[in-house]
Design a protein around this ligand. Sequence first.
Ligand code: FES
Length: 85
Amino acid sequence: MIVCSCNVLSDGDVKACLTPGPGCPRTPAQVYRCLGCSPNCGRCVRTIRAIMDKALADAGAEPAAACQRGCCPTIPAEAAAKPAA
Ligand code: FES
């Protein structure tokens, strides 16, 4: 299902960015960045936030591992490499 019509992002695209761990996007802005775009009208922000919250809760994980797509350059590599405490 398309959740962002401006950038033609699906819920699957958003979920693909979410891998529990230190490099996981924590905000919708980081999800846009992970997917190589930026918000335009902003109508989808709440939906993306809801998808993030549900996906991470379902995973039983703290929000934050490296993006499965390897596309989150804002996350320091050392943060992604830290073991969970
Ligand atoms: S619908 Fe996502 S930025 Fe417009």
